[in-house]
Write a protein of this length. Sequence first.
Lengths: 149, 131
Amino acid sequence: MTDSPIHDLLPQLASGASHTHALGFAFESAEGDRVRIRVPWRGDLVGDPDTGVIAGGLVTTLLDHVGGLAVWLKIGTYQPIATLDLRVDYMRAARPRADLLAEARCFKLTSSIAFVRAWAFEDDPKDPVAAAQAAYVLTTARPKKGASE
Amino acid sequence: MRDALLDRLPYARFLGLRTLIAGDELTVVMPYADKLIGNPMIPALHGGSTAALLEMTAIAQVALWQPQARLPRPINVTVAYLRSGRARDVYARARINRAGRRVAHVLAEAWQEERDQPIASLTAHFLLDDD
């Protein structure tokens, strides 16, 4: 773990906005280009009261959000970004009454677009509840290679 | 009974969703609330709250068309974010593009002031209860 400024900011970026705070998102870890956050199970986050499973829409929010963190981790600093699009495959139902973790990795960064993969799971990333592929647009253009980096 | 579907779902209640039904047309409203904000500087809604609205609207539309014991379960969803969601109410409607025995393909759009200026669109597959 380096002490680059983005590592200090990640906990705040994970849960600091009204929406992520209200949902209970919490920063877990950042290692290499992978970042992980958690949403603790809560009754009001359930999609189907007959199953007690966290709502699909919340899983989408979790994956969208952790993907953004992965972009900042890759850039190494905070800058405005916006999700362009996001595809989520729901592989299986989440376990009832279980916290969900989400991990993301930005696997390609151009001067204007970041490509991200993310997945959500209870405890084993190899057995995901859902997986996402997303693209984010860097709303302020990043200096091209050789300019200032 | 039908119009109460989203009222029964805890996460739809958390988002404050309200369902309006006219015939077979369903509109879901997500009234503005501070807890939906993802970027306080603009301020802008969290994209995830808009995506969840779209997914809930799609579920409600499928359930209106085919009331069933079990809710339609998402197989996959793709959301395109077209404009930044402002600190105002959001509306959403969904259309069943194709429904087979087991799978339905649904399109949905969310907008704020103007219906033809959508802030996000969704395309999704749902698994239906086919017992």
